[in-house]
Ligand binder design. Structure first.
Ligand code: SD4
Length: 333
């Protein structure tokens, strides 16, 4: 009997965990469990950039960089930076909405085709946090840096010290203080995080995610966006996924890692995003009150996206065309 069959039969016949774990103890468990360890790229796809929401210019910037031969991570960071600099975007970079106490705190992460990653949390004095996350990945022995430590590292690396709270954001916060009502509104003030996935001319995939998090969050609150596996995950053998929306729910289901693993096991990017959303809604009676959206890309250049509520858009740049795709959703009224 083949080992895998033995394990299956053992658990079915009640031989139980002890017998089966003894049987696999001398071998790498992955050899036993994973039937489809890798997805080979079946064709060399043309470069693709996809991102969350209608960030037309950011996605075009990444897409054009890929077309010009830039590596996947360089292109993703260049794209994300467009929104980090955009004063009108109230949930990324400078101009982001502050926490309840008036502090703008940014979170970001990046992941590369070689499996390396970097992340920064609660950064309040510099706006290009995706590039800073890359520096953490490349210049330190760590994956994550938070708060003051991340800021000190940023200055060391030559990042500019800036006040991220714009007059517009301060005025909106002062207005909010009059009621202090904390009730995230679907698709509006809390949902402009940029998550980007890129596939370059070598067929390599990378990603970046950058946010100021939920508007008027508690001081110190961190969501999914800088957490590798939740806000972003890339496995260059399979593909990548990024998330936007209510970070607490994405964290609980490790959404982006889940999508990549589902793709590894044969699901299309679309089916994998749908399953990740389903895992959230089945556990939450109140799913009608919050948005979660995922986008995904596999090695063959296939893309997918799904969300809880109508109103989410994915941008897709390929062959010189930058398309806004209205994404299908779970909650059909
Ligand atoms: C967070 N996921 O901090 C982020 C918020 C978000 O668009 O996606 N905004 O929970």
């Amino acid at each position: 009997m083949k080992r895998r069959n033995f394990i299956k039969n053992a658990s079915l016949t009640g031989l139980g965990v002890v017998a089966s774990s003894a049987a696999i103890s001398c071998k790498n468990p992955s050899e036993e469990i994973i039937e489809k360890p890798t997805m080979k790229q079946t064709k060399k796809p043309t470069p693709i950039a996809i991102c969350t929401w209608r960030f037309t210019e950011a996605n075009a910037t990444a897409g054009k960089a890929l077309k010009a031969g830039k590596a996947a991570l360089d292109a993703a960071i260049a794209g994300v930076e467009v929104e980090e600099e955009n004063l009108k975007n109230t949930t990324v970079g400078i101009g982001g909405t502050p926490d309840r106490e008036g502090n703008v705190t940014l979170d970001a992460c990046v992941m590369n085709a070689d499996g390396n990653c970097g992340s920064v949390l609660c950064v309040s004095t510099t706006k290009n946090v995706a590039a800073l996350a890359r520096k953490v990945m490349e210049e330190t022995p760590h994956v994550m840096l938070a708060g003051e430590g991340a800021e000190a590292f940023a200055y060391e690396q030559g990042f500019e010290k800036e006040n991220l709270l714009t007059d517009t954001a301060r005025e909106a916060w002062q207005e909010w203080l009059k009621t202090s009502e904390y009730k995230p509104i679907i698709n509006i003030e809390n949902h402009d995080t940029i998550g980007m996935l890129t596939l370059d001319t070598n067929g390599d995939i990378a990603g970046a995610c950058s946010t100021s998090g939920l508007s008027y969050k508690m001081k110190g609150r961190v969501g999914d966006s800088p957490i590798i596996g939740s806000g972003l995950f890339v496995d260059n053998e399979v593909g990548g996924a990024v998330a936007t929306g209510m970070g607490e729910e994405i964290l609980k289901t490790v959404g982006s890692f889940l999508i990549v693993e589902l793709m590894r096991n044969g699901l299309s990017p679309q089916a994998a995003c749908e399953e990740a959303v389903r895992r959230i809604v089945i556990k939450n009676e109140n799913y009608k009150d919050f948005q979660v959206a995922y986008i995904a890309l596999n090695k063959d250049g296939e893309t997918g996206a799904y969300c809880i509520h109508e109103g989410f858009t994915m941008m897709k740049y390929q062959n010189g065309e930058n398309e806004a795709i209205a994404v299908d959703f779970y909650h059909k009224k």
